[in-house]
Design a protein around this ligand. Sequence first.
Ligand SMILES: [Zn+2]
Ligand SMILES: [Zn+2]
Length: 131
Amino acid sequence: MRAQGPPCAVCGNRVSKAVTRCPWCHRVLCLRCECPNQCWKTQILTDELNQPLRWFYLSFAVDDRFYGAAIVEAPGEAHAIQRTHQLGINPGGEVAIFAVPDGAPLPEAAKNRLLSKSDIETIWPARSILK
Ligand SMILES: [Zn+2]
Ligand SMILES: [Zn+2]
């Protein structure tokens, strides 16, 4: 008979003998479930607070369909995503994030809004500085 561990805090399934716990709040979790507290997100957000603010370029897409891009200032990637939600400029989809290189041109009009492909080509013409 298989040894049974305590139930998962999320789905209630018994976890195997090797108990997995959330490393932050120590809830018992099965391999399928994430901590309902979203501790990892909280942890990332807390860690980022020690970093200086900088500009991030976020590109939103689903498969190959471009939904838009945004340039926001934040102490880190998780905050940058949060910022687009706060500003109401997160169109959804999958996000790719790049730190805007120091010294790259960054017009005021490009900041904190949802940008189209042609907006971006206007800001960073020809060869994009972002790979
Ligand atoms: Zn579970
Ligand atoms: Zn947790």
